[in-house]
Design a protein around this ligand. Sequence first.
Ligand code: ADP
Length: 357
Amino acid sequence: MANVRLEDIKRRFNNVTAIEDITFEIPDGEFWVLVGPSGCGKSTILRTIAGLETATSGKLFIGDRLVNNIPARQRDVAMVFQNYALYPHMSVAQNIGFGLQMRKVDRKIIQERVMNVARSLSLDHLLDRKPKQLSGGQQQRVALGRAIAREPQVFLLDEPLSNLDAQLRDDTRAELKQLHQELGITTIYVTHDQVEAMTLADKIVVLNRGRIQQIGDPQTIYASPANQMVATFLGSPPMNILPAIYHNNGFDVSGQLLTIPAVVKEKLQLRQEHSYDLGIRPEHIFINERPSGFTVAYNAGSPNRQEENESQLIVEVKVVEPLGRETLIRAGLPGSAVVLNIQVGADVRPRPGDRLS
Ligand code: ADP
């Protein structure tokens, strides 16, 4: 096992800078997730760590060893790809044991380790099958098994679940997390899926356009995003961003005055007549039945909430999506193009056209 340290890594392809200013250190045994939209540089970072790409500049350490010029094979890392890349003519057992065989490990030891790995991934009854006789989920587990059997210092996973259907993806995600808890191998995981990032990571690295936007544990990043990109990327439905102008001690949002609690006002040094973007998570909005007053709250929310800490906007319901355990509402601010995502309890069922507060 080993820590992984990147110091000011940059990678250019001809005139395109794919990644730059990439600096972080993953402590031994942690599970880090690189997340961001397509093309933000996630795979390039992972491939650089694997040795499949060369950094244009910067330093890369695995453990205490500077590995910039060490070939992939000698880095003691194992990478799992989204397309599994299994050898079609080999059995499951041969696929899992392949890395060991290449290293001329004793036959007996290979057999033993393949069996152990297969058991831990529930593949032990499939050892004689060929990859094409397996489901997608089983193939992906074989690919994982092959990586695990090598007992690498570092695990690199590039969107390993993206070819699996939803149910299998959830199951395999949980298995991966459990596997990491058991093995404790330093793991770097690339995904564009924010749910995977939030659920798997000890630390998330959010990337955009080849640069790090924020590094932190999932909850911190969710609660205190460093910028609008991070704020809107993590969370589903995404955070609402409302353009507003501060005046008269409140925010003018499309002609409505949104008052704000004194505690918030004290924290932010707001400037009169200045433009702001207000970020409001869908689950932080509550709905009152009638447009004015606080008479009936639909939402269970927090029963003891202080009315003076609430701010109101009138919205017009456009779309209502009951999702079983919650209801998603899309609602517009009258007379403007601004649309809000609102996430409330399953019992809240307004109708399109309703005006709510
Ligand atoms: P991600 O994994 O986040 O989707 P990538 O790391 O694959 O992003 O790509 C980052 C950027 O680098 C993209 O703009 C991509 O087009 C570019 N890029 C990646 N690999 C190459 C390459 N071999 N040649 C040229 N450009 C590349």
